[in-house]
Design a protein around this ligand. Structure first.
Ligand code: AR6
Length: 169
């Protein structure tokens, strides 16, 4: 059984086995959660991301996929980088957003992670409406077959927190 918990705050301050990063396919950093994770986690994360680009993901990590690196100086063992879809008004990309949660949990299982913190993937720069993103996140985690014991959604502001809380209940 996976327990879902909600926290309002900064994902880089969490103590968990794995912190999920809302990355982009370059894996070379960016703004938002991605920038915060690389800033606080230090250069070891970027170094491993560069190595992954060189060895396995020359064309970038595809949208909906996930890959793990060290967590550097964060209070976690791993960072799991996943690439959310940019929200589109004309095309339904929900399955790709669901895939981010599923693939991140699959990678967490491979690593043996038991506690995993997720941000609200795609709801910042990638403009996914918070309520729909929360629905997809909660439904996907609830239906996932995983050995992860705690999935912690870490929401950056009150609105995101309240939206996830409403979806959870
Ligand atoms: N802790 C928790 N949540 C956060 C934090 C934090 N420290 N900082 C921001 N958020 P975004 P995306 C929330 O833009 O939409 C990057 O440049 C934020 O309020 O980080 O998936 C990447 O490199 C929002 O609700 O990710 C990509 O290019 C949520 O995290 C692109 O942005 C996600 O916002 C990915 O865009």
């Amino acid at each position: 059984m996976t327990t879902i918990t909600l926290v309002r705050g900064d994902i880089t301050r969490q103590t968990v086995d794995a912190i999920v990063n809302a990355a982009n396919s370059s894996l070379l950093g960016g703004g938002g959660v991605d920038g915060a994770i690389h800033r606080r986690g230090g250069p070891a994360i970027l170094e491993e991301c560069r190595a992954l680009r060189a060895s396995r993901y020359g064309k970038g990590l595809p949208t909906g996929r996930a890959v793990a690196t060290t967590a550097g100086e964060l209070d976690a063992r791993w960072v799991i980088h996943t690439v959310g879809p940019v929200h589109s008004g004309s095309e339904d990309r929900s399955e790709l957003l669901a895939s981010c949660y599923r693939e991140s949990l699959r990678v967490a299982d491979e690593l043996g992670a038991r506690t995993v913190a997720f941000p609200a993937i795609s709801t910042g720069v990638y403009r996914w409406p918070m309520d729909d993103a929360a629905r997809i996140a909660v439904e996907t985690v609830r239906s996932a077959r995983t050995a992860v014991e705690e999935v912690r959604f870490v929401l950056f502001d009150d609105r995101a927190y309240e939206t996830f809380a409403a979806r959870l209940n």
